[in-house]
Design a protein around this ligand. Sequence first.
Ligand SMILES: N[C@@H](CCC(=O)N[C@@H](CS)C(=O)NCC(=O)O)C(=O)O
Length: 207
Amino acid sequence: MKLYNLSAGMNPRRVRIFLAEKGVSIPLHEVDVAKNENQTPEFLAINPMGKLPVLELDDGTILTESIAICRYIEARHPEPNMFGTTALETAQIEMWARRAELEMGLQVMHVFANLHPFWEGRIKQVKEYGELAREKLLQRMDWLNAELGNRAPEDREFLIAGRYTIADIILQCALIVGKACQVRIPDEHEHLANWFAGVTSRPTARA
Ligand SMILES: N[C@@H](CCC(=O)N[C@@H](CS)C(=O)NCC(=O)O)C(=O)O
C-alpha cells in the first residue's frame, strides 16, 4: 500500500493521525502541491480531482476521501475502535464527525482557500467569502465551547463516546489549519481550548 500525502494538508493529516492511533504504518509518498505535483497527468490519472490523500492498495485499487480511507483502515484494523461499536454510539460519532466536518472543517477550508496567501494566483479568491466563513467558524467555536461547558467535566475531554474518535481527529485537523489562517480559539473559550490542548498533546498528534 502507498499513501499519497500532503504533509501540511488538513485531510491527509486526519489519515496519518488515524493510522498512528491504530499503530498501522503505510509508506508515504509526498505530493508537493506548491509545485503543482497534484496537477501532473500522472497524478491526475490516480485522482482526477487532484486532491490528497489517496490510498493505493497493493492490487492498484485507488481510494480517495480521507474518511473513506479511515473507514477502510478501521475495517482492517478494528482496534482501537474509532467509528463506534453500538448502533447508538456509531450514530453519535457520525453526528459529531459531520458537525466537525461540515460546520467547522468546511468553514476552515473556505477561509484557507479565500484568504491565505498560499492560494494567491493559484485559484480565484473571494475575500468576502473568506471573511464570512471566518465569522461562521468563530460562531461555531462559541457554540462548541458552550456545549462542552454544559457537560460534566469528565465528558469534556473528547467530543463524544468518552474516548478519542474520528470526530476528534476531524476537528483537531480543522483547527490546526484554522490556526495557520489566524483563526485561533478565542482566549475566553477555555473548554474548547482545553479540548484542543488535550487532543493535540496526544503522541499521535504529530503523525
Ligand atoms: N474531501 C476530501 C478533500 C481532499 C482535499 O481537499 N485535499 C486538499 C488537501 S487538505 C488538497 O489536496 N488540495 C489541493 C488542491 O485542492 O489543489 C478528503 O476528505 O480527502
